[in-house]
Design a binder for this molecule. Structure first.
Ligand SMILES: Cc1ncc(COP(=O)(O)O)c(C=O)c1O
Length: 453
């Protein structure tokens, strides 16, 4: 008879053999739920809770969890018993997915390199830019998030991610996001292969580029012979409305990196889309036909997942939904949260939004706030996340490089009723933060327990 291990057994095996610190962190936050079924925007736990997902696995689940169409396509692909992983043939599915991605991206992007993660896509972009330009320098923006492999990490300025892992790639320089003068000054040296940037910085706190910034950055780069590379790992796949966030700004990048939502959240897939010039710079002769590749690159499950995900995103007009409902959501949040002095701004693009908090001015709030911040400044947003999870059954997170911004990124299939549920919940939790002494007692308790994190 098949015996199913208990939740406790799962957790203890994980602690023993995988990552006990992760278990300890989730336990500390009281967020160590055991999920048994995930559908659309809803997550169901073994103890009967229903959690609304407003994080989407950091922008993976644009099509919603376990979309039946994508699951059916994958099951059908398995039933074919075809060449899932040969690496010795031409993959028809990779051709189909490459065409659809390039057609949707437009702007001179004509070839796709496939991989299995966002970091791997960024690694490809680094190598492709270097070989195409013959330069080694890399420019990036402060506070960006590009992935945790050594090359991608070289493009991230936050010491939290870098400390102890160096030396990373040489000659990588970060400039402030939105600062054209700083960018131009660096570009003048003509030693940079690429400027790699997220069009909307997600983990930095949902930072929207200043008007004209990306367009000017593109032309400055091109004038300096530097490739303009967009990391659309979070913003692509209709998350901000159009297929790419680049389409809001009319820019034509030399390389675009996609991952996360490309597979419907079911199979790892990443892609670097590039221009002909970049392709020819990398794969410049027959001898170099496989000079950059990866074992699982074009496996047919990933390619099928990508194709089925595009079908769903297009058939259900999820980009249009992201535009319409995302802006409604921000308007409602702005209205409901306006009375609260610790809410600085609600901002975003499409269905990628952030709520930024600031320190309070009112003395009754400032005292507990300052006590809290002295104990553990990184935990304030986390307290809100924990409250949203516990009191309201909503999964969110703070931005990885900005602990004062709560990220709001539900699957694009989210309903208006669910958006209303989120707005009400956010309002209640923010109100509690402004009015309840016990909110701060609990928060300070949590910060004290977390001092070693
Ligand atoms: C903008 C961006 N680029 C790259 C990555 C790295 O992707 P992955 O975790 O799939 O390696 C991430 C991951 O969160 C990301 O947000």
């Amino acid at each position: 008879m098949l015996t199913i291990p208990s939740t406790a057994a799962f957790t203890s095996l994980y602690s023993e053999y995988v990552n006990p610190q992760w278990v300890a962190l989730l336990n500390l936050l009281d967020m160590n739920a055991q999920y048994e079924r995930c559908l659309g925007t809803e997550l169901f736990t073994v103890d009967g809770r229903r959690i609304l997902d407003f994080l989407s696995g950091y922008c993976v689940h644009n099509a919603g969890h376990n979309h039946p169409y994508i699951i059916a396509a994958l099951k059908n692909e398995l039933d074919q018993l075809g060449p899932v992983m040969l690496q010795s043939h031409v993959s028809d599915l990779a051709g189909q997915l490459g065409k659809r991605l390039c057609d949707l991206a437009g702007g001179g992007l004509t070839k796709a390199f496939f991989c299995s993660s966002g970091s791997e896509g960024v690694e490809a972009a680094i190598k492709f830019a270097r070989v195409t330009t013959g330069r080694i320098g890399l420019l990036c923006a402060n506070n960006s998030f590009h992935g945790l492999t050594a090359g991608a990490l070289s493009l991230m300025s936050d010491p939290f991610w870098r400390d102890g892992f160096g030396p990373l790639l040489q000659d990588s320089v970060a400039v402030p996001f939105g600062d054209l003068e700083a960018l131009e000054t660096q570009l003048r040296s003509k030693r940079f292969a690429a400027f790699i940037v997220e069009p909307v910085q997600s983990e930095a706190g949902i930072k929207i580029p200043p008007t004209g910034y990306l367009q000017a950055a593109e032309s400055l780069c091109h004038r300096a012979g530097t490739l303009f590379v967009l990391d659309e790992v979070q913003t692509g796949m209709f998350r901000t409305g159009p297929f790419l966030a680049a389409h809001h700004y009319g820019v034509k990048p030399d390389i675009v990196v996609l991952a996360k939502a490309l597979s419907g959240g079911l199979v790892p897939v990443g892609a670097a889309l590039m221009t002909d010039a970049v392709y020819e710079g990398v794969y410049s002769s027959l001898r170099r036909a496989i000079v950059h590749t990866s074992t699982f690159s074009e496996n047919s499950l990933s390619m099928r997942a990508g194709l089925a995900t595009l079908d769903v995103l297009e058939m259900e007009s999820l980009g249009h939904r992201a535009t319409e409902l995302g802006s409604q959501l921000r308007h409602r949040l702005q209205k409901e949260l306006a009375p609260f002095e610790m809410v600085k701004q609600v901002r975003g693009l499409g269905m990628l939004s952030g709520i930024e908090f600031v320190s309070p001015a009112k003395l009754t709030l400032r005292i507990p706030f300052e006590v809290f911040m002295k104990i553990h400044p990184a935990m304030l947003g986390q307290v809100l996340v924990t409250r949203m999870f516990h009191d309201k059954g909503i999964l969110t997170q703070i931005c990885g490089n900005n602990f004062m911004v709560l990220k709001v990124a539900p699957p694009l299939v989210v309903s208006e009723a669910e958006l209303n549920e989120f707005v009400g919940a956010a309002r209640d939790v923010v109100e509690l933060m402004h009015t309840s002494a016990s909110f701060w007692t609990d928060a300070i308790g949590l910060a004290k327990r977390a001092v070693n994190i």
